[in-house]
Design a protein around this ligand. Structure first.
Ligand SMILES: *[C@@H]1O[C@H](CO)[C@@H](O)[C@H](O)[C@H]1NC(C)=O
Ligand SMILES: *[C@@H]1O[C@H](CO)[C@@H](O)[C@H](O)[C@H]1NC(C)=O
Ligand SMILES: *[C@@H]1O[C@H](CO)[C@@H](O)[C@H](O)[C@H]1NC(C)=O
Length: 484
């Protein structure tokens, strides 16, 4: 499920029920933050108790800053895999608090309890500190969050655990004046985990008054031994060709190392020595391992200089559409140079795939349906700006598409290449802050009338014929340069 602000409303349910502070109480809220680089995972468990019969809609609250950072949200009942429907709460914003409704699988009886798990992915939630580091220095980041998990309901106890990948935590905020919630230490450190709370008896907090009085930012400064990758821009072009029974996918990728900027000169000797002793500086991006679709061919990878041949590709054989066993081709992509902190590297990656692996034809509507992945998952890397352009066969009509999450913008255009007569319809979609979770397929459907199918052969025939006619004519005209 995508960000609530991008999710269409399930209005039929919303008309019936509104958020009511007396519907539930939180017996406990535990939020666990797994610190990372450009992507941070946050799992919050709400142990809830229904205070009225037939309670069906549980509302969660996100503060402004949290809302900004959250690029993906999914709610489910603990122990179950199926995600619950998540929608914007109607008329939701109360100065800095965004409400999101979670529709429970079935209404709860009075005093019934349930554990709801909310998984969120935050992007751009950390920043390098210090901002610059030399090749030999370790890399450290700061992560910021709000102290309290807000809720429209009363909460008996809540805590937030922030887990760092290493116990090297340089510092963390200590909230003051917490007597309203605890008489113990407001924050404790144990190994690689910082725990805020437990805080007791928190009144309904999803309102401007609570936020103003009690909410405050907290920060954790930690060492991070992995590269902080960021794709500042991704342009994907997917071209469907019935003529060649081919789906061509081409990605133009602007990769950036968003860790601390390199201080001083880059020393290749130092880098190679570190690599030799297997202790390469953590803030360098040496390469990427990407999962590409099975059955691809003609894979190409080039940058500004030309073809890059130092990469390895293991192609998985083509799998039939809808086959349960998912396979991937694995590309170990090596940039031309190690990407140091603050450096950019842009390149183009593309491949062809049999159209049959992702296309089907719906007999009842007479339409083709083609499945196109929104992006290739980049491990632990955020894609700031993504543009996906889908080029349909020439003459396609009745074009329709369904995205797994709502696009920022959508536009239609016509794409013309050689041997095209009328041009090909194209759809361009834009997205921001995508993560591995967003590597989902979108579906495009269209009709290709028989006349359109024939256009290409006719165009080819006309092209050949004109060459032939030209040839005939040319033979009759003496084109030789006359020599005196
Ligand atoms: C619900 O719990 C309250 C307080 O614990 C109790 O007074 C009430 O009888 C319970 N109601 C039902 C239907 O179990
Ligand atoms: C790059 O590789 C492709 C396929 O291997 C080849 O067709 C093309 O000529 C190469 N381009 C350059 C500039 O070497
Ligand atoms: C890298 O790209 C970003 C924009 O994505 C730009 O702001 C930055 O200046 C570039 N860095 C270098 C070293 O070129």
């Amino acid at each position: 499920m995508l960000l609530p602000r991008r999710v269409p409303l399930l209005s039929f349910i919303l008309l019936v029920v509104g958020a009511n502070a007396d519907s539930f109480e939180n017996t406990a809220i535990v939020r666990t933050v797994d610190l990372g680089g450009s992507v941070v995972q946050v799992a919050t468990t709400f142990a809830v108790k229904a205070l009225e019969a037939n309670a069906r809609v549980y509302t969660i609250a996100l503060g402004d800053a949290e809302m900004q950072k959250t690029s993906w949200l999914e709610a489910r009942v603990k122990g179950q895999a199926t995600p619950l429907a998540v929608t914007d709460h109607p008329g939701s914003t109360d100065n800095g608090v965004h409400l999101v409704d979670i529709i429970l699988p079935k209404p709860l009886a009075l005093n019934a309890t349930l554990n709801i798990i909310l998984d969120a992915i935050q992007t751009h939630a950390t920043f390098p500190w210090p901002e610059r580091a030399s090749q030999q220095e370790p890399q450290s980041l700061k992560y910021g969050s709000d102290l309290f998990v807000l809720s429209p309901y009363k909460t008996l106890v809540q805590r937030t655990k922030i887990k760092s990948p290493t116990p090297n935590i340089h510092g963390f905020s200590t909230p003051e004046k917490m007597e309203d919630f605890t008489f113990e230490e407001p924050v404790t450190k144990s190994g690689a985990t910082i725990t805020y709370g437990p805080y007791n008896n928190i009144v309904p907090s999803a309102n401007a008054a609570f936020v103003k009085k009690y909410q405050r930012p907290v920060q954790v400064h930690f060492e991070y031994d992995y590269p902080v990758g960021e794709v500042s821009k991704l342009l994907r072009t997917a071209e469907i060709s019935h003529w060649g029974a081919n789906l061509n996918i081409q990605d133009e990728i602007w990769l950036r190392n968003a860790g601390p900027e390199l201080k001083g000169h880059f020393s290749r000797l130092e880098h190679q020595t570190q690599a030799f002793y297997n202790r390469a500086a953590s803030h360098v991006i040496p390469g990427l391992t990407l999962h590409l679709p099975a059955g691809i061919r003609n894979t190409y990878y080039y940058d500004l200089v030309g073809n890059v041949s130092t990469s390895r590709l293991r192609t998985a054989p083509s799998v039939p559409k809808d086959s349960p066993n998912k396979q991937y081709s694995v590309l170990e992509l090596k940039p031309r140079y190690p990407i140091m902190g603050g450096w950019n590297y842009s390149f183009t990656l593309g491949w062809d795939a049999p159209l049959a692996d992702s296309a089907s034809w719906d007999k009842s509507t007479g339409k083709y349906i083609v499945e196109i992945p929104v992006l290739t998952p980049f491990p632990a890397t955020v894609v700031n700006d993504a543009e996906l352009k889908i080029i349909l066969p020439e003459g396609a009509t009745d074009v329709d598409f369904a995205t797994p999450f709502v696009a920022h913008s959508t536009s239609f255009s016509t794409h013309t290449t050689y041997l095209d007569t009328t041009g090909r319809p194209a759809i361009t979609l834009r997205f921001t802050d995508l993560t591995e979770k967003h590597a989902l397929p979108l579906y495009v459907s269209y009709k290709v009338p028989l006349s359109a199918h024939l256009k290409k052969p006719i165009a080819v025939a006309v092209a050949f014929f004109s060459v032939f006619v030209f040839g005939l004519a040319a033979r009759r005209i003496d084109l030789r340069i006359h020599q005196k």
